[in-house]
Design a protein. Structure first.
Length: 207
């Protein structure tokens, strides 16, 4: 069980970086907060001034929050007028999963409404059943978050102030990647020189 503040930092960073990758970040003044489970009223926050994609574990700060919080009652998700959404959960993996799929659902609804056509919403009993199934089986949430932590954008392998290469930065083409590209081009009958091969691979990785 996670008991120390330091144990929360890497999951915190992973959530921030994943959110940046999924287009959920806004500038450098928004934050994710993690309340420590010791009933001390202390929270971990990412500081203002850093992009979520560049936050490292040592950037996370602890604050002693003495303020009136939101009365969420039994709600885990709250939409606040003129502000945004608050998503709460007992562990980071569940909170991020809920945030991610909430955003996906909102995108789908917005796209459907933009069509101008009449919508055919799911029947209330079916929606209720799906909700209960989703909330009753959290393994998928944990597997999703662990996958984000293993791979860019969520991976954070160092806490040194000298920042490591950020997710999405260009890396030299590996031997296997070059070999596969050559095989594909040979199969298509379009062998090209090495310079053009590098260019085509860079374009492919941007898609």
């Amino acid at each position: 069980m996670i008991n120390h503040a330091a144990d929360f930092k890497l999951p915190h960073v992973a959530a921030l970086r994943a959110a940046a990758h999924h287009g959920l970040a806004e500038g450098v003044c928004n934050h994710f907060s993690v309340e420590l489970p010791d009933a001390s009223g202390r929270f971990l926050l990412n500081p203002r001034g850093l992009l979520w994609s560049e936050v490292q574990a040592e950037d996370i700060v602890m604050v002693d929050a003495q303020y009136n919080g939101l009365a969420l009652d039994a709600a885990d998700v709250v939409f606040m007028a003129n502000h945004g959404v608050v998503v709460c959960a007992a562990v980071m993996a569940h909170a991020y999963d809920d945030l991610y799929y909430l955003e996906r659902a909102c995108q789908a609804q917005w796209l459907a409404l933009s069509s101008g056509l009449a919508l055919a919403p799911a029947a209330a009993p079916l929606a209720e059943q799906v909700m209960r199934q989703t909330l009753g089986e959290r393994l998928q949430s944990e597997l999703f978050f662990e996958a984000l932590r293993r791979t860019p954008p969520g991976r954070c392998t160092s806490t040194r102030r000298g920042r490591p290469r950020q997710a999405g930065s260009r890396r030299p083409l590996g031997h296997r990647a070059r070999q596969l590209a050559v095989e594909v081009q040979a199969a298509l009958g379009r062998q090209r020189d090495g310079v053009d091969l590098d260019r085509r691979l860079r374009l492919f990785r941007r898609q």
